[in-house]
Design a protein around this ligand. Structure first.
Ligand code: FES
Length: 578
């Protein structure tokens, strides 16, 4: 049931373009510029919310995708409006793209609300862009669907496949361990990005494309189509057509997004071994859509779901293989009994009813339910004296022997502090230590960067050890791997007990028991003072978005949205400027 039935009955754009008064004249006249008169006869105007940008290389091809979507809109009797919206490139934006996700969502929301559009095609790709688009569309609740930009093709280096993301971490660790020369490392650089598209592991971009599909917010079967694949343009064309049909049907995000669709997303997240970043993004989208979703739902719904996709970083293959092997629909067909049978998609048909034709075409890449890579692969939610409001770990990307671990903390107050000291010969650290990095949460950094997958000390790497337990209030890249406890809440800079841990304290990780504790008596912990360095970053942010963000950002366990952005404003804007 739509939240805005009155606006379904009357075309929203007609509020601008209809009528013979001065305002209707002005709105039409300024928009004519080659558009025919009948473009303003009440037909749906569809915004192509386009995150193409030269500074977001993963999305740079979206202008061509938008052209395909525009053809679909015209064909179905609508009018496309290509609108550049805030774009975030993961590799370039400082201090971290996550600082700007909520800003992107807010600006996209307001541009949808402010302009004469009746629906939207949401064109995203790089990590934060699909979450921001979905958050915005949920708050506006105009008919909308996502077209994911798709992953790049598999790179090759010296005859071997080269993925972007996970392989970069591995190669850089090899350099630090003295196993690879810097010249060879640099030589691999031009081999990695073989084509247009976003990262080709099951990193955050691919994960969020799959999440959009599992939520029902794409045409089923599009997530994972490689960016250069002509089927992407065909899908964009179909999405343009469907956007117009959705306006006619009054089918909106509030029609599609439900507790059932988030259940489907959580099941999918586990089965594909998706990024931990999806937890924060799905919580934020649910907060916009008014769907009650908690951190514990990820554990309750997802922890028993088998891992079926043998894709990096949890597995071996890359997204091109994932798509060729059958893609998300083939994975979901294997776990169909775990899905909500009624959760709708933008097509108006439930997701679960669109799986019959899906098949696994390559059992090396996608496994059957009877032969999973892991029996229980979902994200585990930990609580305890170090994380009263929760923390997450992705067991599928962790070392099994470290999932139960007790080690002495080596504490760092910032990522700069870590980089400065981690290879100091005087630092008392060994393979059993627990590396604790704080000051990296939403407020503390600010922006919750992807730094939690800390590089291991060189002296440990040189013993052949490749994983250690790490604990952080920040995030980690979806392409990363390791026994990393992240999203610790409350973060250190928001008064969380992580601020009180000292080097030498015993930290106890018990993933099976869902615990993360520091073995220090509660009374002693309460007497300790947090280091002043933890508040330095947000104390010096005096103006602009950073100030607004620091003052209003919520903690990771509820999605790290701004407190005043949760919920919906809806599409209605009645006042005009003339
Ligand atoms: Fe854009 Fe990885 S840098 S998806």
């Amino acid at each position: 049931m739509t939240r805005y039935p009155d606006l379904v009955a009357r075309q929203r754009s007609t509020q601008w373009y209809g009528g013979t008064d001065r305002n209707g004249y002005a709105h039409r006249a300024w928009m004519r510029r080659g558009l025919p008169e009948h473009a303003f006869d009440g037909r749906p105007h569809i915004m192509l919310a386009n995150t193409a940008s030269d500074l977001t290389p993963c999305n740079a091809h979206l202008n061509e995708v938008a052209e395909a979507a525009a053809r679909g809109v015209w064909e179905a009797g609508g009018v496309p409006m290509n609108v550049p919206v805030t774009s975030l490139g993961e590799t370039l934006v400082r201090p971290t793209a996550m600082l700007w996700r909520n800003m992107a969502a807010m600006t996209i929301e307001e541009m949808l609300r402010a302009n004469p559009v009746d629906g939207a095609v949401l064109l995203g790709g790089c990590d934060k862009t699909i979450p921001a688009l979905l958050m915005a569309a949920s708050s506006v609740d105009l008919p909308a669907l996502v077209v994911p930009g798709g992953p790049m093709l598999t790179g090759t280096f010296r005859g071997q496949p080269l993925g972007c993301g996970t392989d970069v971490w591995k190669l850089s660790e090899q350099v630090r361990a003295g196993l690879l020369t810097e010249q060879d490392f640099t030589a691999s650089e031009s081999s990695m990005i073989r084509s247009r598209g976003h990262c080709n592991t099951m990193g955050t971009a691919s994960t969020m494309a799959c999440m959009a599909e599992a939520l029902g917010m794409t045409i089923p079967g599009v997530a994972g189509i490689p960016a250069p694949d002509s089927r992407l343009l065909e899908s964009a064309h179909a999405a343009g057509r469907l956007a117009v049909e959705m306006v006619a049907a009054g089918r909106r995000p509030s029609t599609v997004l439900s507790a059932g669709s988030f259940r489907n997303a959580i099941v999918a997240l586990a089965a594909i071994g998706g990024s931990t970043n999806a937890v924060v993004h799905l919580l934020a989208i649910a907060g916009r859509a008014g769907v009650p979703l908690t951190l514990d739902d990820f554990d309750e719904i997802g922890s028993g779901v088998p891992l079926l996709a043998d894709v990096q970083p949890a597995g071996r293959h890359l997204m091109e293989d994932f798509h060729r092997a059958g893609g998300l629909l083939a994975v979901l067909r294997e776990v169909a009994d775990l899905l909500d049978p009624d959760a709708l998609t933008v097509t108006g048909v439930p997701l679960a009813a669109q799986l019959d034709g899906a098949r696994i075409w390559d059992g090396e890449v996608l496994r059957t339910r009877a032969d999973p890579l892991q029996d229980a692969a979902g994200i585990a939610v930990l609580r305890g004296s170090l994380a009263p409001d929760g923390a997450v770990i992705k067991p599928a990307a962790a070392s099994p022997h470290l999932l139960q671990h007790r080690g002495r903390a080596v504490v760092f107050d910032s990522i700069e502090d870590f980089r400065h000291r981690i290879d100091d010969p005087a630092l008392d650290v060994d393979a059993d230590s627990v590396l604790v990095l704080r000051g990296c949460g939403p407020r503390g950094y600010p922006g919750m960067p992807e730094v939690a997958n800390l590089p291991l000390p060189v002296r440990v790497l040189r013993t052949g050890v490749t994983d250690m337990v790490r604990v952080c209030d920040g995030r980690m890249s979806g392409t990363a791997y390791g026994t990393v406890v992240l999203h610790v809440a409350p973060e250190a800079a928001a008064g969380g007990p992580l601020a009180l841990v000292r080097t030498g304290d015993w930290v106890v990780l018990d993933v099976a028991g869902r615990r993360l504790d520091v073995d220090v008596p509660a009374g002693e912990l309460a007497r300790r003072e947090p280091p002043a360095a933890l508040t330095a970053a947000f104390a010096t942010a005096e103006r602009g978005w950073q100030r607004l963000y620091i003052d209003h950002v919520l903690q990771a366990n509820t999605g790290a949205d701004l407190d005043f952005l949760t919920g919906a404003s809806g599409p209605e804007v009645t006042r005009d400027s003339h």
